[in-house]
Design a protein around this ligand. Structure first.
Ligand code: GDP
Ligand code: MG
Length: 415
């Protein structure tokens, strides 16, 4: 039902047509695929100004969903993109706005699996908060060592207070992965010093991308981009958006999506792999022919929008048919726990995992609950409530429910 030859540009949920017009020569379109790409995560405590900063950096408000607006927090990972330019060099930056709410740590962690560098936002008038600490430790655990610290809301404090807050931040990062991170005082709201952030974005070393391996596309969002009342002949197919971890995908490629859709059969949820074809590819709001890792991407597919609407495929993985692991409701991981539980105001030693304990697991953009079946040395086997596509070597965030809060207690690696 989807058409691949529409003349109109794809009306993606997040498209800003003004941006499309900025690309005034075909040269720009050609170069887009060769631009250096970076995925930047914006992390930090709730209300410290992450979404405001992102809006000022990109001209886009990432809290696009009504529920998010209502609750004033960024529930799903928000995406926004920008091309920056300095000394005749250009870079394509994809920002991921990680949620600051403590219950959503898992989403932040799954975001951290996809980011090359991070901007840690600390409101100067509030200082270090539990999630500031939690997010820094998550970055450390994932070895994301390219970090810029933003001391935000300097419009609310005096110069003396700003210096004092700077000292506290310096003390906080001492001995951590962010020890030598640059600290830039800004006011996101008053737009003070925002441009200084570009220097960091231009200088971050671009990691080597793996374009040769079998593609692994991590789906963070999926949606229906058609406006109500669109003529059938003009309907676009279902869109999946996220990040390509490795490999290359082109227009026309057949893909499979796993675990796929769930169906109730005799009171049991059965997952069905979906097969489809890529019709068009967007990097942010720009149409491209070939997708490679780095930067968020959206694929228009031949799928019926019923299957993609309302993020129904978020947490799935797409790849070339037959190349992804079988879905499994059991996984085995090698794990490491933090000495202390993060995010608690009092120091709390992390107790070891216990047989039959229920642990929340976050893998890429999936969150599932696992019951421990077996523990031996540093290896643990879980039976999962929602099955996953277990890719060897992928990181698993482990959270334990303590006084009805999910607290990050460590990380594992899929065996
Ligand atoms: P997030 O939860 O970290 O994404 O924080 P938001 O970007 O939603 O900001 C939380 C609140 O702080 C909002 O009311 C913003 O308008 C406000 N805010 C953000 N940056 C600044 C700033 O630099 N100065 C002041 N005074 N307020 C700010
Ligand atoms: Mg926010």
């Amino acid at each position: 039902m989807a058409t691949s030859n529409s003349k109109e540009p794809l009306n993606l949920e997040n498209i800003e047509t003004s941006k499309l017009k900025n690309l005034n020569s075909t040269q720009d379109f050609k170069n887009l695929e060769n631009l250096d790409m970076l995925n930047i995560g914006i992390v930090g405590h709730i209300d410290h100004g992450k979404t405001t900063l992102l809006a000022k950096l990109t001209g886009k408000f990432a809290d696009t969903h009504s529920e998010e607006l209502k609750r004033g927090i960024t529930i799903k990972l928000g995406y926004a993109d920008k091309i920056i330019e300095k000394n005749n060099k250009k870079r394509y930056i994809s920002f991921i706005d990680c949620p600051g709410h403590e219950m959503l740590m898992a989403t932040m962690l799954s975001g951290a699996a996809l980011i090359d560098a991070a901007i840690l936002v600390i409101a100067a008038n509030e200082g270090i908060k539990p999630q500031t600490k939690e997010h820094l430790i998550a970055l450390q655990a994932k070895n994301i060592n390219k970090i810029l610290i933003i001391q935000n809301k300097i419009d609310l404090i005096t110069k003396e207070q700003a210096l004092e807050s700077y000292k506290i931040i310096k003390q906080f990062v001492k001995g951590t992965i962010a020890e030598n991170a640059t600290i830039i005082p800004i006011s996101a709201q008053q737009e003070i010093n925002i441009n200084k952030i570009n220097d960091f974005l231009m200088e971050v070393e671009i990691p080597k991308r793996d374009t040769e391996s079998k593609p692994e596309f991590i789906i963070a969002r999926s949606f229906d981009i058609n406006r109500p009342g669109t003529k059938i002949s003009e309907l676009h197919g279902g869109v999946i958006a996220g990040i390509l971890k490795k490999g290359t995908l082109k227009i026309g490629d057949e893909i499979e999506i796993k675990p796929g859709i769930s169906e109730k059969q005799a009171n049991q949820l059965i997952y069905k792999t979906i097969k489809t074809k890529i019709i068009s590819i967007y990097r942010g709001s720009y149409p491209i022919q070939k997708a490679t890792p780095g930067g968020s991407l959206a694929f228009e597919t031949e799928l019926d929008n019923i299957l993609t609407k309302a993020d129904s495929l978020s947490g799935c993985i797409a790849g070339i048919p037959g190349t992804l692991p079988e879905i499994n409701d059991k996984i085995k991981i090698k794990y490491n726990l933090f000495p202390e539980v993060i995010g608690m105001s009092e120091k709390t030693k992390t107790e070891d995992l216990k047989p039959t304990e229920i642990i929340m697991l976050s893998i890429n953009t999936t969150t599932t609950v696992g019951k421990i079946q077996k523990i031996k040395n540093n290896e643990v086997e879980f039976s999962l409530k929602i099955p996953i596509v277990p890719i060897k070597g992928d990181t698993v965030g482990l959270a334990r429910n303590i006084n009805s809060h999910w607290r990050l207690i460590g990380f594992g690696e899929i065996l």
